[in-house]
Design a protein around this ligand. Structure first.
Ligand SMILES: [Zn+2]
Ligand SMILES: [Zn+2]
Length: 327
């Protein structure tokens, strides 16, 4: 029989309806990075710097540089530039909007691409420990860079990998959107968190650190499949230390995050092949009661009418079983 599970602290539900015949190998997919996507004409590759907007930050041997119209920085480790088709832009003051019952304002914000390697076809799980740790430091740096801008209320940092995850370019990269409003999932969480005495994420850490949903643990973080997962093999990463955003994280904490993230992506590779995946940071720079977390979801099932209409997800692999495979 299926099971209706409630979220740890929100009034949100998921349905665990296991299809017992299904093994992880039934979800496995081949590498989408093969002949269909080559490095030919890829704008993100090292050497193709002229094809993107001017870089806002280029990380090279531990130092930060930026492009000038006359000269693009070469031989970089990480390269950040504004999205060529930005969802939001740092627009100047705009003309008065017409007053009516509907609300709109200029699409102010920042939309940045973070290219994670100059090499086409390199995946995060292939990174060395120091490379992935440096990437986490770049994430911290870019988050702080935008969190302090005027009228920015939220920094959304995420990675789309593979077509099913919404990546239009198959060269390892992440994106950052700095928004002038706080998105509703965070507002919903904060509302509840402010009413509870103990941080619910600290409580989740205590609950999951030795649960059947634990995948791995290092000195700073746990990786686990959440009790009410929105899909098969969803993984959350939670630091033991209560920090609210990446700007609060020490180098040690970030190194440990890179380590546990890479290990989990390797586990995906072992049992799911090369699935498309998304990961998203949940963080708030000005709400110390919030507890930073990272969520990873392989895109191996489609969310359809029921999910869109109800916000309720049907998960065909229980988190306990998923964790047993991922361990
Ligand atoms: Zn490329
Ligand atoms: Zn906490």
């Amino acid at each position: 029989m299926s099971e209706i599970r409630k979220h740890y602290f929100l009034s949100e539900y998921c349905i665990i309806a296991e299809e017992r015949a299904k093994r992880p190998s039934d979800f496995a997919v081949a590498d989408e990075n093969s002949e269909k996507h080559s490095s030919k004409n890829c704008f993100f590759c090292g050497g193709a710097e002229e094809n993107t907007p001017l870089a806002t930050a280029v990380y090279k041997n531990g130092k930060i540089y930026s492009d000038t119209p006359e000269k693009r920085v070469r031989d970089w480790d990480f390269r950040c530039f504004p999205n060529l088709y930005p969802a939001l832009s740092p627009v100047p003051e705009s003309p008065e909007q017409e007053e009516n019952e509907l609300q709109a304002e200029p699409g102010y914000g920042f939309h940045e691409v973070i290219v994670e390697t100059p090499l086409h076809g390199t995946r995060l799980e292939d990174f060395s420990n120091s490379e992935i740790s440096e990437l986490m430091q770049v994430y911290r740096d870019r988050t702080c860079n935008y969190a302090t801008r005027e009228n920015i209320r939220y920094v959304s940092l995420f990675k789309n990998s593979g077509e099913k995850a919404g990546a239009s370019i198959n060269h390892s990269h992440s994106q950052l959107l700095a928004l002038p409003f706080c998105p509703s999932p965070l507002v919903r969480e904060l509302k509840v968190i402010r009413k509870i005495e103990k941080c619910p994420y600290c409580a989740i850490y205590d609950l999951e650190k030795a649960s059947p949903r634990l995948i791995s643990k290092n000195s700073e973080w746990i990786a686990f499949t959440p009790y009410s997962s929105m899909g098969p093999f969803e993984v959350w990463f939670l630091p033991q230390k209560h920090v609210s955003f990446l700007g609060d994280c020490s180098d040690k904490l970030l190194f440990a995050l890179g380590d546990i993230l890479k290990a989990t992506l390797k586990s995906y590779g072992r049992i799911l092949g090369k699935p498309s995946f998304n990961y998203m940071f949940y963080q708030l720079s000005e709400s110390p009661e919030y507890h930073l977390n990272l969520r990873l979801l392989p895109r191996i099932t489609a969310h359809a009418g029921f999910e869109l209409g109800t916000g309720t997800y049907i998960n065909t692999v229980s988190p306990e079983r998923a964790a047993s495979y991922l361990r």
